[in-house]
Design a binder for this molecule. Structure first.
Ligand SMILES: *[C@@H]1O[C@H](CO)[C@@H](O)[C@H](O)[C@H]1NC(C)=O
Length: 261
């Protein structure tokens, strides 16, 4: 088969035009780009030997025709006809579940990823602090991190940061996991308050309230038990008689001059 110059040119144009028309910007190295070979046909002109009846003369014994005889033979000349040629081209498009966005094939999530991003077809990757298939639900108090998969480790009623998991200690507690009470002498939020208790009283790690040792009273345990009382919470009555003075802690009587226990 011979393709004429003309058809050859038009054929080149077909190829070129086609290539320009569909030159895909998609990168075939991209794993999310799928390609396949597609067949298509182009019209070409082709030459072929066209048979025709050729008449020629030979000398012969035919007297009536002046010894000239007419003969026929099949001869061929070059003719042209339209032919179809099947061509193949590589067709690339985004794989199922992906769509084209700026020369890239990006995954499609039917449900929009509210606080996250679509990392695979219908798969959201949530930001820390968010969970659920579309990342629309905030982590509950007991969980944190991406998809709320990490368990809160905070103790003593501490709240957990939903993003970092860091513990926000309740008043009176400290430590990475709020596992420790405030150090002696401090109390309250972040153990920032200083205890005001005196005379060896212990201070409540949460409220700062003073628990007085035996023999002392007052908001800060700054006072001795009132006369006639002694002991824990100054609840004990003094047994001393005849004007004896009672020790505020032990209740021991110290007798005035002239008297003995
Ligand atoms: C996210 O999912 C929840 C429940 O699964 C649904 O109620 C909500 O409409 C969804 N939001 C979006 C933006 O798709």
């Amino acid at each position: 088969m011979v393709i004429s110059l003309n058809s050859c040119l038009s054929f080149i144009c077909l190829l070129l035009c086609h290539w320009i028309g569909t030159s895909s910007p998609l990168n075939l190295e991209d794993p999310n780009v799928c390609s396949h070979w597609e067949s298509y046909s182009v019209t070409v002109q082709e030459s072929y030997p066209h048979p025709f009846d050729q008449i020629y003369y030979t000398s012969c014994t035919d007297i009536l025709n002046w010894f000239k005889c007419t003969r026929h033979r099949i001869s061929y000349r070059t003719a042209y006809r339209h032919g179809e040629k099947t061509m193949y081209r590589r067709k690339s498009q985004c794989c199922p579940g992906f769509y084209e966005s700026g020369e890239m094939c990006v995954p499609h999530c039917a449900d929009k990823c509210v606080h996250g991003r679509c990392i695979a077809p219908n798969t959201c990757q949530c930001e820390p602090g968010w969970g659920g298939t579309n990342c629309s639900s905030a982590c509950d108090g007991d969980h944190w991190g991406p998809h709320c998969t990490s368990r809160c480790q905070c103790k003593n009623g501490a709240l957990c940061n939903p993003i970092t998991g860091a513990c926000h200690c309740a008043a009176g507690f400290r430590g990475w996991r709020c596992e420790d009470r405030c150090k002696q002498g401090t109390y309250g939020n972040d153990c920032h308050q200083r205890c005001q208790c005196q005379n060896g009283a212990t201070c409540d790690h949460i409220t700062g309230e003073c628990r007085c040792p035996p023999g002392y009273t007052g908001a800060f345990c700054e006072d001795l038990c009132p006369p006639g009382k002694h002991g824990p919470q100054c609840e004990q009555r003094c047994p001393c008689q005849n004007g004896g003075v009672c020790h505020h802690v032990t209740g021991e009587c110290s007798c005035p001059a002239g008297w003995m226990v």
